[in-house]
Design a protein around this ligand. Structure first.
Ligand code: AMP
Length: 418
């Protein structure tokens, strides 16, 4: 079903409740909270600019962190209001609550084109409970609902679902924002009828997190390339030794089923043939959570099928990286979700970097559409300095994964159809 978008709305003089994803990374510096990365704020500017030009009275709602129903001062959205005002070159009002008399009064004073940011909706536990009374109180503030928070669309919370339902029941329009529209286009429509070859690259920590995506994409992709710690569960399933590598022994059945399905459907399904391994040695120190810190000693390439008992795999090896890069350079559509190794440590970032470079080459030289499915793959691309050279980077980690699994996102389902 095609959803109503913000472009379809008539909003002049109307109060528009816009759910945005302003869950930005922040850090305390000299007693003030400073925003480390404003990408999520920047991504909402097209929707806001459009609404301003149409004369809407904008009420922004968002969450920050996990305050679990408490007023955690470090998770206040106040610094975000200041940052947004800077970026959008106009004042942004802020109230230190998201509902109640003070908020209603401020909303009443908004003129066409004005913006108000509400305080963190998760200061109320009712937000995550999708409480009907809380939703109705929030919905009182507005006539129209827009959801531009793709990163929160997999959660059925009050501000992502409840408010939309109340506004829809009153006959108000509920639409997707421009960012959300782009996410649905690239992660949805573009992958439904992909230009071929369609190459899917999947990495990250766990098979259990990605198995549903693998299963779904086995019905669409020409090739699937597997990397990350996930690959070791496949290795284990095929009867090889995995040493101290991160594995999920109870998922070997799922791994074998994926390999069998690939064979049956004629999908090329590649697993690493070599790895970068290291020997973890207890340093005697502990981290903030009191867990032992291991020094990863003697990083080296392992070309054997088995990983030695005292070693752990942290990256795909050079031969695998080259083979994957070759396949990727020939692709016309690429979907990438999950790093090839523990890329946060430079010694284990090479595989991810080679794959990232190949994705960029395919995009720039082969005219491929490259779609990056959020979270750590986006981080890895930025770390490699290649962030701007792909077709699309999703802003949602969990949401993009759930959407790729074929699950209808509650935050999208709650919106109106065209
Ligand atoms: P995910 O959230 O499932 O995409 O996993 C991303 C995380 O997996 C990153 O923090 C990586 O450091 C980690 N990771 C990827 N490969 C490995 C590996 N071989 N061993 C340990 N961690 C890994």
């Amino acid at each position: 079903m095609v959803k109503l978008t913000v472009n379809d709305l008539k909003v002049r003089g109307k109060r528009v409740f816009v759910r945005v994803d302003y869950n930005v990374p922040m850090e305390e510096k000299d007693g003030v909270m400073v925003i480390n990365d404003a990408t999520r704020i920047k991504e909402t500017l097209p929707t806001l600019d459009l609404l301003i030009s149409q004369g809407a009275r904008i009420i922004l709602a968002a969450h920050l962190g996990r305050p679990k129903g408490q007023r955690e001062p470090a998770m206040s959205l106040r610094p975000v209001a200041a940052k947004l005002a800077d970026m959008i070159h106009r004042p942004v009002a802020f109230v230190d609550d998201c509902l109640g008399e003070k908020v209603e009064k401020t909303v009443g004073l908004l003129k066409d084109g004005d913006i108000l940011l509400l305080e963190n909706v998760r200061y109320y536990k009712e937000e995550e409970e999708n409480c009907p009374v809380f939703s109705a109180d929030l919905a009182k503030l507005a006539d129209v609902y827009v959801n531009d928070a793709f990163g929160a669309a997999h959660r059925a919370h009050a501000s992502t679902v409840g408010v939309a339902r109340v506004i829809a029941q009153r006959g108000g329009q509920c639409a997707v924002g421009l960012l959300m529209e782009r996410e649905l286009k690239f992660l949805g429509d573009e992958l439904d009828k992909p230009a071929r070859p369609f190459v899917v690259i999947l990495g990250g920590a766990k098979v259990s997190d990605k198995i549903k995506v693998i299963d779904r994409l086995l019905e669409k992709a020409d090739t699937i390339l597997i990397g990350g710690a996930m690959a070791y569960t496949f290795k284990l399933a095929q009867g090889h030794q995995t040493g101290k590598s991160l594995i999920e022994p109870d998922r070997t059945g799922l791994a074998l089923a994926a390999v069998a399905k690939a064979k049956q459907r004629g999908v090329q399904f590649l697993l690493p043939t070599d790895n970068v391994i290291a020997t973890p040695v207890d340093s005697g120190r502990v981290n903030k959570k009191g867990r032992p810190i291991y020094d990863l000693q003697n990083p080296r390439v392992n070309t054997a099928l088995d990983i030695p008992a005292d070693a752990e795999g942290f990256d795909i090896g050079p031969a695998t990286a080259q083979r994957y890069a070759e396949v990727i350079r020939g692709a016309k559509t690429i979907l990438w979700n999950g790093p090839m190794g523990m890329f946060e440590d430079k010694r284990f970032a090479e595989g991810t970097n080679i794959v990232a470079k190949a994705v960029v080459d395919a995009t720039q030289q082969n005219g491929a559409k490259s779609i990056i499915g959020g979270g750590d793959s986006v981080k890895a691309l930025h770390q490699a300095g290649l962030g701007e050279q792909v077709t699309f980077m999703s802003t949602g980690g969990g949401a993009s994964l759930e959407f790729l699994e074929g699950t209808e996102l509650p935050g999208v389902a709650a919106l109106g159809d065209k």
